[in-house]
Ligand binder design. Structure first.
Ligand code: HPA
Length: 287
């Protein structure tokens, strides 16, 4: 089946079965971060397995449900759990849920992930605002026929992550007393973690954090003209020659601890953002 047909089929399924589901903002909750939605009042929750053409995660720590919440008048779609290239999914599979949510009206996406800290000044448990990324997965979701209604053939990538959202995130973190780091995320295919030589080379390339997700979704979101905010939960130090072993369990444990911090930060960002938007539209009306 053509990718466009799959996306439209899924869009129609959600429209027909959940007519009140009209998302403004999407949050993609990465490894160990799905509990983000647990303490927010949920309007709807559907397992990915019940949604046609939604890829289902095979990995511990990735729940696999689409959740609808309403927070401060914003309709949130939370993708609790995502899929990865290393599970054998294609780039198109991975970005399909986001494409569907965009067609349903979402204009903004908050991409979260668990990542290893390459920058020696960043520590375990820190949250990093993604200022830019390096896609080293060897894949791109835009390969193949371009669907003009979704976005241009050669989308600009000079500012993938929204400056406005970054500024709001930094001000919000200050307000909440959260030591927010900022840096470049490098996305790799995985699933093996890095050798010391690889870690050294990624650092030399200019990356501050490393992970196995996010970059494909960011490329697809930019292609579709969405506003993007990226937040990494730094679950382990990944320093050249540190020779420290990292386990998936350890990554999930640190991510689960950072969950509360991340949730507070995201909810407050959404609040500030709707205030800023409110002020802008008031000013525009006055002029
Ligand atoms: N490397 C790659 N992916 C990761 C890491 C890491 O150190 N930590 C969490 N995801």
């Amino acid at each position: 089946m053509l990718e466009k047909t799959k996306v439209l089929e899924t869009e129609n399924f959600l429209k027909k079965n959940y007519p009140d589901f009209q998302p403004d903002v999407v949050i993609i909750a990465g490894s160990g971060l799905s509990a983000l939605a647990d303490s927010i009042k949920q309007v709807m929750k559907v397992n990915y397995a019940q949604i046609p053409n939604f890829p289902v995660s095979t990995i511990a720590g990735h729940e696999g449900s689409l959740i609808h919440c309403r927070v401060n008048g914003v309709n949130l779609a939370i993708l609790a759990g995502r899929t990865h290239l290393y599970e054998g999914y294609s780039a198109s599979d991975i970005v399909r849920p986001l494409r569907v949510l965009r067609l349903l009206g979402a204009q903004m996406v908050i991409l979260t992930n668990a990542a290893g800290a390459l920058n020696p000044l960043f520590g375990t448990g820190n949250i990093m605002l993604i200022s830019d990324h390096i896609n080293l997965t060897g894949e791109n979701p835009l390969v193949g026929d371009n669907i003009e209604e979704w976005g241009p053939r050669f989308p600009d990538m000079s500012s993938v992550y929204s400056r406005e959202l970054m500024e709001i995130a930094e001000n919000t973190a200050l307000k909440l007393n959260i030591a927010l780091k900022k840096g470049v995320y490098v996305g790799i295919k995985g699933p093996s973690l890095e050798t010391p030589a690889e870690t050294r080379s990624f650092r030399t390339l200019g990356a501050d954090a490393i992970g196995m997700s996010t970059v494909l979704e960011a490329v697809a979101a930019k292609h579709m003209g969405m506003e993007i905010l990226g937040l990494s939960c730094l679950t382990n130090k990944n320093l050249p020659d540190c020779m420290a072993e990292t386990s998936h369990e350890e990554i999930l444990e640190v991510a689960a601890k950072a969950n509360e911090l991340l949730k507070n930060l995201i909810l407050e960002i959404l609040k500030s953002r709707s205030l800023v938007r409110g002020k802008c539209s008031q000013q525009a009306r006055k002029q």
